[in-house]
Ligand binder design. Structure first.
Ligand SMILES: NC(=O)c1ccc[n+]([C@@H]2O[C@H](COP(=O)([O-])OP(=O)(O)OC[C@H]3O[C@@H](n4cnc5c(N)ncnc54)[C@H](O)[C@@H]3O)[C@@H](O)[C@H]2O)c1
Length: 95
């Protein structure tokens, strides 16, 4: 089972890391290159108790990956979760 999580913020990083913790192969994707570079070095953009240790443990076990490439990361995923930000304005379809 492979999961792709698109958007590596509060929701995406915690969700993806928890799936990796239970043994699933996860790639967390984000458009923010700096955020992905930092995560690859073990530097997290948010604080949640125990999350840093959980991220590093799963990266070491080869179950948690970080990428800026949606195309490369999603093609062999069985499931993709979208966890990008919600637009603050009304959607065009609703107006
Ligand atoms: N944080 C919460 O407690 C919470 C609760 C309920 C619902 N939500 C919803 O969950 C979603 C994510 O919330 P969050 O708090 O994690 O937001 P966040 O801002 O922390 O993270 C969103 C991430 O998505 C990335 N992103 C934006 N566009 C992208 C794209 N096209 N491709 C890849 N990455 C992209 C951003 O760079 C950012 O890192 C939102 O829709 C929010 O409304 C959040």
């Amino acid at each position: 089972m492979k999961i792709a999580v698109v958007g590596t913020g509060y929701v995406g990083l915690v969700t993806g890391t928890c799936f990796a913790e239970v043994g699933i192969d996860v790639t967390c994707i984000d458009i923010d290159q700096k955020k992905i570079d930092n995560l690859k070095q073990g530097i997290l953009p948010i604080y949640e108790p125990g999350l840093e240790e959980m991220v590093s443990r799963n990266v070491e076990k080869g179950r948690l990956h970080f990428s800026t490439s949606l195309a490369e990361s999603i093609h062999d995923a069985d499931v993709a979760f979208i966890a990008v930000g919600t637009p603050p304005a009304k959607m065009a379809l609703l107006t």
